[in-house]
Design a protein around this ligand. Structure first.
Ligand SMILES: [Zn+2]
Length: 319
């Protein structure tokens, strides 16, 4: 199999790599996502330049295809990213401009199912027919493999589990505009806000700026800052509510956790999930991803080949 180009378009960074058929990243570069693009072309121009740079020593036509994993929502049929939360554009067509530029097949997938595909082919999902990939970092997202097939939904946005409703007490506001969603409490972006709200409600005074980042908050808890045991219990309950909903929705035999928030704080967070998660269905095996944050990029390398495999495909190309 010839190598492919894999692109991971995030809110902050764009990563582009050449990946061989067995998932080996031959070369990878990274650049900032344009912060204030005036048009979608500002984004596609950066990706095109990065693809040319990473493939400089190859002949483009020898490559098998281009796979793009993008922070959703997406329309995989139309090859477009829709109203991304951190980029002020209504939509970003990616498949058509890149395919016209390089003359290669181009495919687009939401970065959470992309992470699941990365794990399925190269990571902790290998050989597992039913698993859920959950990433807890800036946001919270999920990708589901059910009976060996990736679950994509109507347009490729199935399993947006960060928007599961997990709380009615604090009614924290989510980036999507609703309240009570898992991501509004337990994602890197929202943890400091929820922490400050909890401290206010429990009359705990916080001095210093350590409470402005998740790592500052978790370090203070590790150092035994007085009065915060109750916060960890509440935080654990909320994470366990989200995980419990994942379990009853998808009945997985394995859950694979990825993302900086859970990756850097698994010592604190995993025991609480085990304590508070519902036992209505048998508890799945819980594993941490070992792909070092590259699961979505590796998933993009899988769809770059068309992903017309036993796992099924919605990615037939552009409508
Ligand atoms: Zn939401």
């Amino acid at each position: 199999m010839n190598p492919v180009i894999a692109v991971d378009l995030g809110a902050t960074n764009i990563r582009v790599a050449i990946v061989s058929g067995d998932g080996v990243i031959e070369k990878k570069i990274s650049d900032l996502t344009p912060a204030f693009p005036k048009a979608s072309k500002d984004i596609t121009d950066v990706i095109i330049r990065m693809v040319r740079s990473v493939a400089a020593e190859k002949t483009i036509s020898d490559l098998e295809g281009i796979g793009i994993s993008a922070a959703g929502p997406v329309n995989s049929h139309k090859g477009t990213v829709l109203s991304p939360p951190n980029i002020a554009l209504p939509n970003i067509p990616l498949v058509v401009p890149l395919s016209e530029e390089f003359g290669l097949p181009v495919y687009l997938i939401n970065d959470c199912p992309a992470g699941a595909l990365g794990e399925m082919y190269f990571g902790e999902g290998k050989g597992c027919m039913n698993f859920v990939y959950i990433t807890i970092s800036t946001g919270i997202g999920g990708g589901v493999v059910s009976n060996g097939k990736i679950l994509l939904g109507r347009n490729g946005n199935a399993a947006e589990i960060g928007h599961f409703h997990v709380d009615t007490r604090y009614n924290a506001k989510c980036g999507c505009g609703c309240t009570g969603h898992w991501e509004a409490y337990a994602s890197g972006r929202h943890i400091p806000e929820f922490f400050s709200r909890w401290c206010l409600e429990h009359r705990i005074k916080i001095a210093g700026d350590w409470a402005s980042s998740p790592s500052g908050i978790f370090d203070a808890i590790r150092a035994g800052h007085p009065g915060l045991e109750g916060f960890m219990e509440e935080f654990g309950r909320i994470n366990a509510r989200g995980i419990s909903d994942v379990i009853v929705a998808y009945d997985p035999s394995r859950i694979i956790l990825d993302g900086s928030v859970i990756g850097n704080n698994s010592d604190l967070l995993l025991p609480l999930i085990q304590t508070f998660v519902d036992r209505f269905l048998p508890l799945p095996e819980i594993r941490m991803s070992r792909l070092k944050g590259l699961a979505p990029l590796l998933g993009a390398s899988v769809i770059a080949r068309g992903y017309d495999t036993a796992a099924g495909s919605l990615l037939a190309g552009v409508e």
